[in-house]
Write a protein of this length. Structure first.
Length: 241
């Protein structure tokens, strides 16, 4: 088995140009993708990334999966085509990590992104931070009923997210979990996630409990050491009473 392999450059004009103009950056990009090959076959991920495409759809290839993820999360023009020409990097969710020019009122615009994504105040910007931000974005997209939310917005039934006391927010599908967090643990606990399973942290629950204490939905699901509610997105750590 060969100990190394070569990369063709005759069909990669952009990479060839980058190697000429900025070889250090080009090497960093190449090395990153080489190590991602190793990660793709890492069984400690639970399911190897290389095996995921066929579990989603029999016709999906690994190439399509990875390119779709990268283009979907990194192509600024496609994230917001209408605003890209003027705002460029501003349209990306990670644009909030640095102060940006305030194009409407002048000066600079600062976003408290750590608070926005429920991260500790001393959180540094690194691999895990980026992963947690995108997990949060994807979880909200996964569990919020977008069609239902759209109808509420069109009917002017959701005016703000500023406080849990707003009666409009009570119509959102995950409100029971947030209300339960507030009632049981106080305001500072509202919105906290179990990062390893992607459900709201609603404390402990008996291992044999079958109903969700937050929304009373029947049929809690087992996920590792947790029981989770697919109705309101509440998660509970299983304990033996």
């Amino acid at each position: 088995m060969p100990k190394d392999f070569k990369i063709r450059l005759d069909d990669k004009p952009k990479l060839t140009k980058a190697l000429q103009e900025n070889p250090e950056l080009a090497r960093e990009v190449i090395n990153t993708f080489v190590w991602l090959m190793e990660d793709a076959f890492d069984e400690s991920n639970g399911i190897r990334w290389a095996d995921l495409p066929k579990l989603f759809d029999p016709n999906l290839t690994f190439r399509d999966l990875i390119r779709g993820i990268l283009h979907g999360s990194l192509d600024l023009k496609e994230i917001n085509p209408d605003a890209y020409d003027a705002l460029k990097v501003e349209v990306h969710p990670l644009g909030m990590l640095q102060p940006r020019p305030n194009y409407l009122d002048g000066g600079m615009r600062y976003v408290n992104w750590r608070s926005h994504f429920k991260l500790p105040a001393d959180t540094a910007v690194n691999e895990e931070t980026i992963a947690r931000i995108f997990r949060t974005i994807l979880r909200h997209t996964r569990y919020v009923k977008i069609e239902q939310l759209r109808k509420f917005l069109e009917a002017n039934q959701v005016a703000t997210y500023r406080g849990l006391g707003d009666e409009q927010v009570m119509k959102l599908p995950f409100y029971p979990a947030l209300r339960y967090q507030q009632r049981m643990f106080g305001d500072l606990h509202v919105g906290k996630f179990y990062d390893d399973v992607g459900f709201f942290d609603c404390g402990d629950i008996a291992a044999d409990e079958t109903n969700c204490p937050a929304c009373m939905h029947e049929g809690l699901q087992h996920v590792g050491g947790f029981k989770v509610c697919l109705s309101c997105n509440a998660g509970y750590r299983k304990v033996t009473m």
